[in-house]
Write a protein that binds this ligand. Structure first.
Ligand SMILES: Nc1ncnc2c1ncn2[C@@H]1O[C@H](COP(=O)(O)OP(=O)(O)OP(=O)(O)O)[C@@H](O)[C@H]1O
Ligand SMILES: [Mg+2]
Length: 191
């Protein structure tokens, strides 16, 4: 089992590389171009993703593209007592609130709630990935909990420098099915 310190260290190293990468916009462009041509994106009507902070790939581009293509976007409202999330529909003009971790989250309303299994695709954030789909996220276990009983497609977006040859799996970790990178799409083989 990987210890917390090692995980934290790896998160720090990769986030620093991300911050200092002079090619970030170019890489992002290449990842998004590839994503938009994937069947899994093209065929998805309801896509769940997070509203990115400035240390992540800019998901406002994804949200706008999805809206242009008449898709439905959902974004999560997190509960920091239970480390769980609920996804709500996010339409153009909807107001968001900035929560504790400086994340933009939806304002809860029952008519905007979207059940987990109604999603056609969930885009899972993360810091580091291995080609079998395992992931080091931001450390809350929010996605591992959410995906534990989700049956639909999942994918993550990653630059080459976020890919690791090997990540230690923990029993609660849920791998993603696809990783879209600037050099190609990885179809993850779960072992
Ligand atoms: N399904 C689960 N049930 C109970 N505890 C869990 C579950 N998933 C994760 N946890 C706990 O949450 C904590 C954080 O998990 P982990 O380090 O894997 O986060 P992460 O994958 O980086 O975060 P995220 O899933 O939000 O991207 C760990 O202490 C782990 O034991
Ligand atoms: Mg995890």
């Amino acid at each position: 089992m990987i210890n917390k310190m090692e995980k934290q260290q790896l998160r720090k190293e990769i986030l620093l590389k991300w911050k200092n990468s002079s090619k970030r916009m170019e890489i992002q462009h290449s990842i998004y171009k590839r994503l938009f041509h994937l069947n899994i994106w093209e065929n998805a009507n309801i896509i769940g993703l997070t509203h990115s902070k400035d240390t992540e790939w800019d998901t406002t581009r994804l949200i706008e593209k999805a809206w242009d293509q008449k898709k439905t976007i959902t974004i999560p409202k997190s509960n920091s007592d239970t480390n769980t999330m609920k996804f709500y529909q996010y339409a153009p003009g909807d107001r968001l609130e900035i929560t504790r971790k400086n994340i933009k989250e939806p304002i809860e309303s029952s008519n905007k709630f979207v059940e987990k299994d109604r999603h056609d695709l969930i885009i899972v954030p993360g810091v580091a990935f291995s080609k079998d789909g395992y992931r080091i996220g931001y450390g809350g276990g929010y996605y591992d909990r959410y995906l534990a009983d989700y049956l639909g497609p999942t994918l993550s977006l990653a630059a080459d420098f976020q890919m690791q040859p090997f990540l230690t799996k923990e029993s609660h970790d849920i791998p993603v099915q696809f990783i879209v990178t600037n050099f190609g799409t990885i179809y993850c083989q779960h072992t």
